[in-house]
Write a protein of this length. Structure first.
Length: 278
């Protein structure tokens, strides 16, 4: 015991600088680990918190990430101070690092800026079904760097925020109603007014059709005369909720109604005339 105490005293007297560096390094590692633990804990608590008036499902992931990065930045600052880096040097270091990061991560910063605009202006929210450039699906999360969608096939896609913000956004969830349109052709020997009446009866009898002031009633128009058919366009307003299932049911009803009325839906035909010599 006495020898160990003498050895410690000798090291402390002969190598004070080395001892201070070791203690500061251990303290810095401890501060960094503690900061990481606190940051992850805060991030997890925010993500698991209940959705309320001040923090909805769209903002939760971003707020959680922002708190995490703030805590980590403070932790790094405390670590550098503990290692003896003067505050004036830290300003220069962070400034140079910020410039380098800005030049090398231009696309990443563009994604962050676009994510902020998406969160501020709210063209999309978590749970809404949208069409984005080259993809469509239900918004699962809007993060600092990318937006996550769940496609109709159940696949998760990650779209950079800059692509979302700069592209066309078609949001199907913002309106309670959405118009159903169907282009369908009938043969040229069909009684057009009868065909129009059959399709109108289907649209008017749809259980889910919207009947309210300001919404146009069901409509069936003759749109064009094609190569093989007279083309109609059917229109009716339906609730946005489960719109695809309702639209599919209407297509089936129209097809079956035309079949029962012996109204033919033709397919393109081509007449080929063969010439023979002699």
């Amino acid at each position: 015991m006495d020898k160990a105490l003498q050895s410690w005293t000798y090291v402390r007297e002969q190598f004070p600088f080395l001892l201070n560096i070791s203690l500061n390094l251990i303290s810095a590692v401890f501060i960094f680990v503690l900061g990481m633990i606190i940051g992850r804990w805060v991030q997890k608590r925010i993500r698991q918190s209940k959705v309320g008036a001040h923090l909805d499902a769209t903002l939760k992931p971003v707020v959680a990430s922002a708190f995490f990065y703030v805590i980590i930045s403070m932790t790094i600052y405390a670590v550098l101070i503990k290692l003896g880096v003067p505050p004036s040097s830290l300003i220069a270091i962070f400034g140079a690092a910020g410039l380098a990061i800005g030049l090398s991560l231009k696309d990443t910063l563009s994604n962050i800026a676009s994510g902020i605009f998406l969160l501020m202006l709210r063209p999309i929210k978590v749970g809404e079904f949208v069409d984005l450039p080259n993809t469509s699906g239900t918004i699962s999360e809007i993060g600092l760097f990318a937006t996550t969608l769940r496609t109709a096939e159940g696949l998760f896609q990650y779209v950079p925020n800059s692509k979302v913000w700069e592209g066309r956004i078609q949001n199907y969830a913002r309106n309670e109603t959405r118009q159903f349109r169907l282009d369908i052709g009938v043969s040229y020997d069909t009684d057009l007014r009868r065909a129009q009446s059959v399709m109108m009866d289907v649209l008017s009898g749809a259980e889910d059709r919207i009947i309210e002031e300001g919404v146009s009633p069901p409509e069936v128009f003759v749109m064009s005369f094609g190569d093989s058919s007279v083309n109609f366009n059917c229109r009716v307003w339906l609730p946005s909720d489960r719109w695809f299932a309702r639209a599919s049911a209407l297509r089936i009803d129209i097809f079956e109604a035309l079949g029962k009325a012996n109204i033919e839906i033709p397919f393109p035909q081509r007449v080929v005339t063969m010439k023979t010599e002699g």
